[in-house]
Write a protein that binds this ligand. Structure first.
Ligand SMILES: Nc1ncnc2c1ncn2[C@@H]1O[C@H](COP(=O)(O)OP(=O)(O)OP(=O)(O)O)[C@@H](O)[C@H]1O
Ligand SMILES: [Mg+2]
Length: 243
């Protein structure tokens, strides 16, 4: 995946959230975005996903500039698999229906095809015995696995994860991180926000450190973790790696 941002800015009211973000990643396959709370990670991910418009600047993915008019954004959104913190399944639908619905309604599958695809992916994630349960009847880890199944069912260009394990206990966290690692091993491109630094280091090739709406450091994940240049990243790593 090629990812390029040029002078991206975004404010909410008077509050600048992304402050002139520019990067050029000609060959990123797994980009991890790290940084302190409130720094702008989710906002950046939502812009990449086409869920939010920047105030100014350009986003270029695989050589194509994102067009922020509604029609183009809608198509863009449909081409990306997104998994957010938690609880983003449709609560009134079963696990199976959650995967089937976008395939049928948005991606032009007929019902039989959509069910076939959904069942194949749910089996892969050991979820077939839970296929008829609604989200409230599933554990947090199971819900996130369904959300990941739904994201990959649509054959996305790439996957976006925003702290997909933040609402999970350690065991369920490992379950979900294992799946993300597997998807990466299969060659899927992804952008991930996570607080699990060990996992970030294992799975990612590029790393972006955002603090206060600015990119403070950006480069190969190993070099950011082993030789952080800025005081901000040194302090951040010091805080998150303490335990
Ligand atoms: N819809 C919104 N309206 C107003 N302010 C917002 C909105 N969304 C985000 N913000 C503000 O923008 C800033 C960046 O938020 P963002 O969610 O991108 O941070 P983050 O790096 O993802 O933080 P965290 O690690 O806590 O998830 C925060 O100060 C937040 O309060
Ligand atoms: Mg966030």
């Amino acid at each position: 995946m090629q990812l390029r941002f040029r002078n991206l800015t975004k404010s909410y009211g008077q509050c600048p959230v992304l402050d002139d973000i520019s990067i050029d990643m000609p060959d990123a396959h797994a980009l991890v975005v790290i940084g302190p709370s409130g720094g702008g990670k989710t906002t950046l991910l939502r812009i990449i996903a086409g869920l939010e418009r920047p105030d100014s600047g350009e986003v270029n993915i695989d050589g194509v500039a994102l067009n922020f008019d509604e029609t183009h954004l809608l198509l863009h959104r449909r081409s990306i698999g997104t998994v957010f913190q938690a609880f983003n399944l449709f609560p009134h639908l079963t696990a199976l229906e959650n995967v089937v619905l976008p395939l049928e309604r948005v991606h032009g599958y007929d019902h039989i095809q959509a069910v076939e695809v959904a069942e194949t992916i749910l089996s892969r994630f050991q979820l077939m015995s839970h296929a008829d349960k609604k989200p409230a009847q599933l554990s947090g880890g199971q819900q996130q696995r369904v959300a990941i199944a739904r994201a990959i069912a649509i054959k996305p260009k790439f996957l976006l994860f925003d702290e997909p394990t933040s609402a999970l206990d350690p065991e369920m966290t490992s379950e979900v991180l294992d799946i993300i690692g597997e998807l990466r091993d299969e060659g899927r491109d992804l952008v991930l926000v996570t607080h699990h630094m060990g996992f970030a280091r294992m799975v990612a090739d590029h790393c972006l450190f955002i603090d206060g709406g600015k990119i403070v450091e950006n480069g190969p994940v190993e070099s950011l973790f082993t030789e952080p240049h800025s005081r901000e990243l040194q302090q951040f790593l010091g805080r998150v790696m303490r335990y």
